[in-house]
Design a protein around this ligand. Structure first.
Ligand SMILES: [Zn+2]
Length: 381
């Protein structure tokens, strides 16, 4: 392990090492993930106070997240400046030859045109400081539908392996809010881990960028191209009665929280609903920033921590994913709120969150003894 670190540090520039270093094996087969010490669940705060804190923190962080003029000061345990602008070492990748782009990496056939998921990777890799075009491309994202601006809504599956019955299906969603850059980048980093360590314990579907129009606007924005907050647009049971009233009276018509003209009025929302219906997940993980906590809706038991993030329930809003899937569909929905929208967690923190997530998922979904699961793993020595 020491040698591995040394080689990596010698071969790549500092910025690239921070992002791409091949960390230890925190795959979903790593027995170490089952040995996380229990931590106390923090008591829930007063709901209205928590919401006020949330709104204020979002606005502060968005200013930080899109600021490109200077390197932000990193909080303890964080890597500074990774999402505030494109790093020079990755800009050069936009000149990759056309041969790289002509075949769909997901195996889909696109007659007379380029794979929309590949086009998405060019834009995402050019926008994010921590994800290169090449890293996005090598995931082989599968194009599925279009946004308003004809960008790809794409996913990647890690299907069951022949050697193992998965414990469950997990849908992992990044970037519902377009200005939360880290929520897209961290999902790519977790995909990189799974690329190396997928053991078949879970059947995964990853949607790294669920609001590409918001992410890729010249000034990234929380909402989609229509100005709708997708996380207030889900067809929850209370949308018709409560969504607009909540927006008027609680959100004071803040455009960043506009629930839209009708429930599921937006193509991105409808597509995510279709993904839930088609994939039938047992658990949904949705990554956001910057509240530095884990929020949770639905049954049965919340994860008390993911890395440095601690459980802190914020409640649900009309039209939120937590409301629609967690309450109405009775699905566990874990909302991972990273510490900053514009600053990446350290590699170690990204790994630790992953380990904690896998440990929690396994506890939620397992029906077999631990030792049996570990013995089944192809990665267990
Ligand atoms: Zn968010």
């Amino acid at each position: 392990m020491v040698k591995r670190w040394a080689v990596v540090l010698l071969l790549c520039p500092l910025s690239a090492c921070m992002v791409f270093e091949p960390s230890g094996p925190p795959g979903d087969a790593d027995p170490a993930v089952f040995e996380t010490p229990e931590e106390r669940i923090q008591p829930a705060r007063d709901q209205s106070a928590a919401v006020a804190v949330k709104e204020a923190a979002v606005d502060r962080a968005v200013v930080q997240g899109v600021k490109k003029t200077s390197e932000p000061v990193a909080a303890p345990g964080m890597t500074p400046g990774k999402e505030t602008g494109k790093a020079p070492d990755t800009v050069a990748e936009s000149t990759l030859g056309p041969g790289v782009q002509q075949h769909s990496r997901s195996g889909q056939l696109f007659v007379g045109g380029k794979d929309p998921a590949d086009r998405l990777c060019e834009e995402v890799g050019s926008r994010l400081g921590s994800v290169s075009i090449q890293e996005c491309r090598r995931q082989g994202l599968r194009h599925s539908a279009y946004t308003i601006l004809n960008r790809s809504l794409a996913y990647k599956d890690y299907p069951p392996l022949a050697t193992r019955q998965p414990l469950g299906r997990v849908l992992l969603i990044g970037g519902i809010h377009g200005d939360e850059f880290s929520s897209v980048s961290v999902v790519f980093k977790w995909m990189e881990i799974l690329n190396r360590h997928h053991s078949g314990m879970f059947y995964w579907r990853f949607i790294p960028a669920s609001n590409p129009d918001g992410l890729l606007k010249s000034k990234a924005q929380r909402q989609n191209h229509n100005g709708v907050d997708l996380n207030r647009n889900f067809p929850s049971r209370d949308w018709e009665t409560d969504a607009h009233a909540h927006w008027l009276e609680v959100a004071h018509q803040n455009p960043r929280r506009d629930p839209g003209p009708a429930q599921a009025s937006e193509p991105e929302t409808r597509w995510l609903v279709e993904q839930i219906e088609a994939f039938q997940p047992d658990v949904i993980i949705s990554v956001h920033a910057p509240h530095h906590l884990v929020d949770y809706d639905g049954p049965p038991e919340a994860p008390d921590k993911l890395g440095r993030l601690r459980l802190h329930r914020l409640g649900v809003y009309p039209g939120s994913l937590g409301n629609y899937a967690g309450i109405d569909l009775d699905l566990p929905v874990v909302t991972v709120e990273l510490q900053s929208a514009g600053i990446m967690p350290t590699v170690q923190e990204i790994d630790q969150m992953w380990r904690d997530l896998i440990g929690w998922l396994r506890r939620q979904l397992t029906e077999v003894p631990r030792t049996a699961a570990s013995e089944e793993s192809p990665l267990t020595p």
